[in-house]
Design a protein around this ligand. Structure first.
Ligand code: ADP
Length: 504
């Protein structure tokens, strides 16, 4: 249960002992408000979802899936091997040839609408399972992940019978069987991003969730079964990298949709070189959030906090680099530190929690490695003084000042609640610095001037640029990267294209 202890100010706090107490008291404690685990059913063991049924893995292997907030086992899930992947691809091919591609689009739409409604109906349970298995705060899974996942199904259900309006005078055809591999940061939402457009365009699916967060994808399989989707149209296989590789390398897959690390994205590209498989890759990011001196600073600080600390920084579009104009840097950094002190790190199921558990022990080790690299490189570290739970994988929100553009913490994706702050003087300078990254997934601009927003967004090399806000998503809005952040777009009308052959 939640241990919402009073945050204690650090000894090195900016408040001096002989100064008047801070005008606002950031140590205001909240009573625990935990969501109930009993509203969710998690089975002891899960098999593979193939051809509309739960099938024992031919591998005969299962692996544990845990709750990263207390390291306790939640369930065990099957580990699909090549033979299991082959069964799933065969089921998907048969369903494609015999049922799904022949079905009138308006009938396909009804199934997708049904899935959307069932995701809504089971929203509470899905949010709890997402939080238990992934470590993200219940507020995030309840208010963002699950409703946005349902919205994606609603949105693409609407397109299924309107493809001729999406691509007038072109004529469209589905590709066939899509292999979809997703990461652990938005397990249900990424499954929705992948499955909804594939089904709307007439493709069938073999999807693999990440090894640390399989449970909501398996819950989605239960929904798909209950929705009576024809057997084989969606198959869900659990496993780790080897299972993903078996999907990528299966000869009867027509398209790969992958979200994950740039490293694995490159392996996939190499693996499919010379084949006629289509591919979309949504990879890493190192988003620049830029605060100009004319920005509404309190709003900007809240946006920065939201962009990097909420959801533990486990977001490929996290605003992990902050560029702040020199004239307001001191004020912004002070405000950021004050706000960091008020963030509650702890039990993800508690509705007050701002920062939940890091997804895995391995990821926590990566974050810690980068924090020590930052210190060694000479940057100045500040972490909030909040207490951390005794068990589970947790990390305090951390920021670095005096960061050089060449420092590794400013260049490499950390995927944790760690912010690197760099100052700038002019527009040209900040554009140069922000674009000087191998990544280009997202960025943010904070300013009072509309003309500056347009000027900056035109010059930023990032797939999404938010202005005076951050991390906003809508199913109608395409998302995807430049450079090593990948290619192809998901969401919106653009998100249909990777699953279609355009004729004419
Ligand atoms: P992250 O660093 O975010 O964990 P990964 O790229 O390692 O990202 O993992 C994203 C997804 O890719 C997971 O589902 C994982 O199991 C899968 N995966 C890992 N290695 C491979 C591979 N060689 N081929 C295909 N999928 C892989």
């Amino acid at each position: 249960m939640a241990t919402t202890k009073k945050p204690v100010r650090k000894k090195n706090s900016t408040a001096k002992s002989n100064t008047i107490k801070l005008k606002f008291d950031t140590s205001w404690p909240y009573a625990p408000a935990p969501e109930s685990k009993s509203a969710a059913t998690i089975h002891k063991q899960y098999d593979l979802f193939i051809n509309g049924e739960w099938q024992k893995p031919l591998s005969k292997k299962y692996f544990d899936t845990i709750n990263p907030a207390n390291e306790e086992k939640l369930s065990e899930v099957a580990e699909a091997n090549e033979a299991d992947v082959n069964r799933a691809v065969t089921a998907a091919r048969t369903a494609y040839e015999q049922v799904w591609k022949k079905m009138p689009p308006k009938e396909r739409a009804k199934y997708i609408f049904r899935i959307a409604r069932m995701v809504q109906e089971k929203a509470r349970e899905l949010a709890i399972v997402e939080t238990l298995n992934g470590g993200k705060p219940i507020r995030e899974s309840r208010d963002f992940d699950v409703p946005t996942a349902a919205n994606h199904f609603f949105y693409y259900a609407g397109w299924a019978d309107k493809l001729e309006y999406a691509f007038p005078n072109r004529g469209t055809a589905p590709l066939g069987v899509a292999g979809q591999i997703i990461p652990w940061n938005f397990p249900l939402l990424m499954a929705a991003w992948k499955i909804a457009p594939a089904l709307a365009t007439g493709n069938t699916v073999v999807l693999k969730p990440a090894e640390t967060t399989p449970l909501t994808a398996l819950k989605l399989a239960e929904i798909i079964q209950e929705a009576d989707l024809p057997p084989g149209v969606v198959n869900i296989l659990t496993g780790a990298g080897a299972t993903g590789a078996a999907i990528v390398n299966h000869p009867d897959i027509n398209k790969i949709a992958f979200t994950g690390s740039t490293e694995v994205g490159k392996i996939i590209q190499r693996a499919i070189a010379g084949t006629n498989k289509r591919v979309t890759l949504e990879l890493g990011g190192k988003a620049a959030n830029i605060i100009f001196e004319d920005a509404p600073l309190d709003q900007a600080v809240e946006g920065v906090i939201n962009g990097i600390f909420f959801n533990q920084g486990h977001v490929c579009c996290a605003g992990s680099r902050l560029y702040v104009q020199e004239s307001v840097a001191k004020e912004v950094i002070r405000k950021l530190k004050d706000r960091m002190e008020s963030l509650i790190v702890g039990d993800p199921l508690d509705k007050n929690t701002d920062i939940g558990a890091i997804n895995s022990k391995q990821q926590l080790a990566t974050i810690r490695k980068y924090i020590s690299i930052g210190k060694k490189e000479g940057a100045e570290m500040y972490e909030s003084s909040c207490p951390l739970p005794g068990k589970g994988f947790f990390c305090r929100p951390t920021l670095f000042t005096n960061v050089a553009q060449s420092n590794r913490i400013a260049k490499e994706e950390i995927f944790g609640p760690v912010l690197a702050i760099i100052t700038f003087r002019t527009d040209d300078e900040v554009i140069e610095k922000a674009n000087n990254s191998p990544y280009g997934l997202s960025a943010g601009v904070w300013t009072d001037k509309g003309s500056k927003i347009f000027n900056m967004t035109k010059r930023m090399r990032a797939g999404v640029v938010w202005a005076n806000t951050f991390n906003k998503f809508d199913p109608a809005s395409p998302f995807g990267g430049y450079k090593e952040s990948g290619f192809g777009r998901e969401g919106g009308l653009h998100g249909l294209l990777p699953y279609l052959e355009l004729k004419g």
